[in-house]
Design a protein around this ligand. Sequence first.
Ligand code: FE2
Length: 178
Amino acid sequence: MFTHLAEATPADWAAIDRDRAHYDPAGALLSLHDALRGLPTYGYSVNVYDHTLQAASRAARDGASDELVTAALLHDVADELAPMNHGPAAAALLAPWVSAEVRWLLHHHSLFQNVLIARPAQAEEAARAWAAVSGHPAAALTEHFCRSWDAPAFDPGYDPLPVSELAAVVRRVVGPAR
Ligand SMILES: [Fe+2]
């Protein structure tokens, strides 16, 4: 076995490639999501775990595609890891398995969310930031995602789908390591 990467032999790489088959990206993403379960609400009416269950359930109940339900469940999964950059982080995590449109949505969703939540002092800046990117073909879908599934998903009385049902959707979208 090598101690310096440059010394790895073809046999070493063959063994590494065999082990890659055991990677489980869907399981890893769902573990990351499950780790949100115990987080505080940080002043919101529900915590980010319940928020994402609600957003994904709303998308599923509206008949959204599996990709969009997956995006709704995982769009805030990096909230703790990268609070200032959680949209691009979620886009990167799901990039191999979702369309360019859904990647764009994940990357940019907080820009439109800022428009929805802006207080008067920030409204102009939020509108300008969104206007700068909203000519993109995925902008209308992103607005729909935020208005219909993300923004309303702070309701403590909402009854979400079982997480097992949402996890099954993620497993249909997120395939094996590649
Ligand atoms: Fe959200």
